[in-house]
Design a protein around this ligand. Structure first.
Ligand SMILES: Cc1cc2nc3c(=O)[nH]c(=O)nc-3n(C[C@H](O)[C@H](O)[C@H](O)COP(=O)(O)OP(=O)(O)OC[C@H]3O[C@@H](n4cnc5c(N)ncnc54)[C@H](O)[C@@H]3O)c2cc1C
Length: 364
């Protein structure tokens, strides 16, 4: 277990803002988990579990508590009939390191395959691991920044797939009860960008590993609109998991900033969900309402665009010109700059449409 002091949160979050965290603990092996949370209790400090920081914003005065990060990485197949879990043995020995084949069974499976990824693993490496073998289920979730351990927290989703579609279970540390356990999918209460981990049981569980089940095959058509459009325009014929991963990666790179190159936290505002009556009222005012599988909603990016803010630089924060829902930290030096830009955007949308935008990323 590594304990560091006074670590700038700007270095641990993709928006690259925020002052120092008093302590940062990197969990490097299972045996680190209990002592890490004992440390928190002994110091009587608040804690925050941090993955890749792609959905987390930090403030200028930092965090006077303990940041706990799962830095255990690796992916492996669950071997049929053999119960190999992250909670048995040393996961660093039994799990494939990124780019290695250790832990990988049949390269071209003929039936469903269950895989387990340790929570610190880069999510996109999990997608690569499965799509390379022709397994369908998470190919549309390609290039979502962050860690495997954070993926169930908001039930990550994109282009018609969400984590819950393939999720089986997670091994967790129950911080409240100081015990290790396996939670099944049914325990997670998954819905759109929601699970118990960001709602009813927020802060209770530290995700050690996740297990997914994927099948050989392809996604079924019709694909999500923007994928269909890309296929038409580029005459694509490869709809294999690797083919769709490729298409999604290209679409995303045209639309969304790569956090390695541009500081951002992805979609900065939540879309606006409506009742049937509210949707009718919005449509009567020519506001486009989407009838998604998650309900009736207005794309908040559309509202921001209609306010003339798309592409604008506000206090060093750029409203992304390819996707107005995304804010990019171009030259902001403090959280206050971001807060000022946020206030301006929220006010513009409220003044013009009467809708109140809500921030999507978590704040430490
Ligand atoms: C450019 C960009 C594009 C994005 N596109 C999408 C998208 O298409 N779809 C989508 O759903 N999201 C998207 N996001 C949001 C983000 O990628 C996801 O929320 C991702 O799951 C965050 O992972 P992370 O490891 O960085 O989480 P963090 O920001 O570090 O943490 C997020 C939350 O998870 C909790 N958490 C993290 N790790 C653990 C753990 N081991 N145990 C328990 N709790 C934990 C944290 O406490 C926090 O509440 C995007 C973000 C960016 C920057």
């Amino acid at each position: 277990m590594k304990i560091r002091e006074n670590v700038p949160l700007s270095e641990l979050t993709t928006m690259r803002l925020g002052g120092p965290a008093k302590y940062v603990i990197d969990i490097e092996k299972l045996d680190d988990i209990t002592p890490a949370f004992d440390f928190v209790a002994e110091k009587n400090l608040p804690f925050y579990i941090l993955g890749g920081g792609a959905n987390t914003i930090a403030k200028d005065d930092g965090f006077g508590g303990v940041i706990i990060r799962n830095t255990m990485t690796g992916i492996r197949d669950v071997v049929p009939g053999e119960r190999v879990t992250a909670l048995e043995g040393d996961p660093q020995l039994s799990f494939a390191k990124m780019g290695e084949d250790k832990g990988r069974q049949d390269p071209l499976p003929s039936g469903p395959v269950q895989i387990t990824a340790l929570g610190g693993t880069d999510w996109d490496a999990v997608v690569a691991y499965t799509t390379e073998r022709g397994l369908t289920g998470i190919e549309a979730l390609s290039k979502i920044p962050g860690t495997a351990g954070a993926a169930p927290v908001q039930n990550i989703g994109a282009y018609g797939q969400e984590l819950a579609d393939t999720f089986l279970s997670a091994e967790v540390y129950d911080i409240k009860n100081k015990s290790f356990k396996t939670l099944q999918k049914s325990d997670f209460g998954f819905s759109y960008r929601r699970s118990i981990l960001n709602s009813t049981k927020k802060g209770q569980y530290f995700v050690i590993s996740i297990t997914l089940e994927l099948k050989p095959g392809t996604m079924s058509r019709p694909f999500y609109n923007s994928i269909e459009r890309y296929i038409d325009e580029h005459h694509c014929t490869d709809f294999s998991p690797a083919g769709i991963r490729n298409i999604v990666s290209i679409i995303r790179s045209d639309k969304l900033p790569d956090p390695a190159k541009k500081a951002s936290a992805g979609s900065f505002f939540k879309n606006i969900y409506l009742t049937k009556d509210e949707a009718e009222a919005a449509e009567a005012k020519n506001i486009p309402v989407y009838h998604g599988h998650d309900g009736l909603k207005i794309n908040s990016g559309w509202l921001i665009e209609q306010c003339g803010l798309k592409g604008k630089l506000l206090h060093g924060i750029r409203v992304c010109d390819a996707a107005a829902l995304v804010l990019i930290n171009e030259s902001a030096t403090s959280y206050n700059d971001l807060a000022a830009a946020r206030t301006e955007i929220i006010k513009s949308v409220h003044d013009k449409f009467g809708y109140q935008l809500e921030q999507e990323p978590n704040e430490i």
